[in-house]
Design a protein around this ligand. Structure first.
Ligand SMILES: Cc1cc2nc3c(=O)[nH]c(=O)nc-3n(C[C@H](O)[C@H](O)[C@H](O)COP(=O)(O)O)c2cc1C
Length: 92
């Protein structure tokens, strides 16, 4: 996924950046809904100029991530999660 955020007369650059993340997340959700497994990763090569050049990215374009999609052979292991009460703040 490539973000091509740039100054625009109407759309703030920040919202363009967020949109690339939303697109990647939707791809992950869609893949899961179809029964595939999906992982959204960046790793060092998302930030390496040589890699960006190889993909033909222009100087103002950035890799939002690589969405890896495949057929799962087993359910992924979860990791320890915090108690919701420790991280959720309720208003009113
Ligand atoms: C934009 C983005 C980039 C990520 N890049 C990496 C990465 O480079 N290496 C990695 O091990 N995981 C990467 N992840 C995966 C996260 O570390 C995390 O495992 C994943 O978002 C699932 O969240 P959870 O572990 O809280 O369930 C990335 C996730 C996102 C959203």
């Amino acid at each position: 996924m490539v973000s091509r955020a740039a100054p625009h007369v109407k759309i703030p650059e920040w919202e363009q950046v967020l949109s690339s993340g939303a697109a990647a997340m939707n791809l992950v959700i869609a893949a899961n809904a179809l029964g595939f497994g999906a992982a959204w990763l960046t790793e060092w090569y998302a930030y390496d100029r040589g890699v960006l050049d190889a993909f033909g990215l222009l100087p103002h374009e950035r890799i939002a991530g690589f969405v890896h999609i495949g057929r799962p052979t087993h359910a992924p292991q979860d990791r320890p999660r915090p108690a919701l009460a420790d991280i959720v703040t309720r208003f009113a």
